[in-house]
Write a protein that binds this ligand. Structure first.
Ligand code: B4P
Length: 314
């Protein structure tokens, strides 16, 4: 039994073989076969922004919005459990998403019930980073992790969970482009997280250092982005704390959220980084007519690019 961040040495092999077995035995309901993906670009202030629109009309076998009593993560099925012991206090485990749209999609969950409205702990952040480092060595897939935090973030399950998924092949999301152009982030009073002034909605990016770092460093990076998010929420009189958080081995992105959906289109962390899932053709046509930038501007807050933190900021 491990009570730290190390994963079993056969983690990558198990991730694939146990998933294939769970699919074959019907324990995982894969929904992605009929997904139709379209990569598009939209122009924002002279800059092309990458998005992917996914039409998936066959999203079936889905649970209703979860609650504490009907908690799918209270007793995860053994067939869906990948790693039973993880985290500084052995408080975490890894399970497959039972309803994936992208193969091998899995989740980090707390063993005991913890609210999805809480910030990520040092142990959760370090576990995420360790997992990303491990899966990133697998073929040429680009993995990312995401956390839908708060009532307007697009989350439907209230039991704390972080998700891990691969990016569409060849898709470079806007935070990666922002991070690639920058030096590693130094969390201090003088350094602001990155925001591309071309994008109309608030988004805070921190490029991670290339050298090794520990859980305290990760917590500092996360806290810096959260401070900017809290300041944005307060400036706009938000009555809740909701944000999307994305982490890869290279960068972190945090996007404060004003509401969970645009018209009938739910937007979660995938949406906030530009991967828009439409569950019927009407929604797809609406996004095409209105534009993804309009959708994200509506469900987020105005950009604060160029604005420096002051004594009133968190
Ligand atoms: P949440 O954080 O609560 O919310 P979500 O990712 O937005 O998923 P949601 O359930 O709201 O579904 P949505 O229509 O947005 O995540 C809960 C997670 O737990 C989900 O992944 C869910 O499938 C999973 N889950 C529920 N019951 C479970 C159980 N018994 N055992 C294990 N896992 C369980 O999206 C539908 C699906 O598509 C979700 O899997 C979502 O993550 C994924 N998705 C959303 N946007 C996507 C995109 N752009 N590309 C690819 N996949 C996308």
């Amino acid at each position: 039994m491990s009570t730290d961040y190390s994963l079993p040495s056969d983690f990558n092999e198990t991730l694939v073989s146990k998933y294939d077995e769970a699919i074959a035995n019907g324990h995982i309901n894969f929904n992605g076969e009929l997904a139709v993906n379209e990569k598009i670009q939209e122009l924002a202030e002279g800059t092309n922004i990458n998005f992917q629109l996914t039409l998936l009309e066959s999203l079936v076998h889905r649970p209703e919005k979860g609650d504490k009593e009907l908690d799918p993560f209270a007793n995860p099925e053994p067939e869906l459990t990948i790693v039973d012991h993880l985290g500084k206090k052995d408080e975490l485990k890894l399970v497959y998403n039972k309803f994936p749209v992208v193969p091998y999609h899995f989740l980090l969950i707390t063993k005991d019930y913890v609210s999805q409205n809480t910030p990520l702990s040092a142990s959760e952040l370090m576990s995420m980073y360790t997992i990303l480092k491990n899966v990133q060595t697998q073929n040429d897939d680009e993995w990312f992790s995401f956390y839908n935090c708060g009532p307007e973030s697009g989350a439907s399950q209230p039991h704390k969970h972080v998700q891990f998924m691969t990016l569409p092949k060849g898709f470079i999301p806007f935070p990666q482009l922002i991070a690639m152009k920058s030096e590693p982030f130094l969390p201090n009073d003088k350094t602001e997280p990155l925001q591309d002034g071309a994008l109309p909605f608030a988004h805070f990016v921190a490029r991670l250092p290339d050298s090794d770092f520990d859980e305290d460093d990760l917590s500092l990076f996360f806290a810096s982005l959260l401070q900017r998010t809290l300041t944005t929420l307060r400036e706009h009189d938000a009555t809740h704390i909701s944000y999307n958080f994305i982490m890869t081995t290279k960068y972190m992105l945090m996007v404060p959220r004003s509401k969970a959906s645009y018209k009938n289109l739910g937007i979660n962390s995938c949406g906030a980084m530009g991967l828009i899932l439409c569950k019927n053709n009407d929604l797809l046509q609406m996004v095409k007519e209105d534009s993804v930038l309009t959708v994200l501007t509506d469900v987020c807050f105005p950009s604060s690019a160029g604005q420096k933190s002051d004594e009133y900021s968190y």
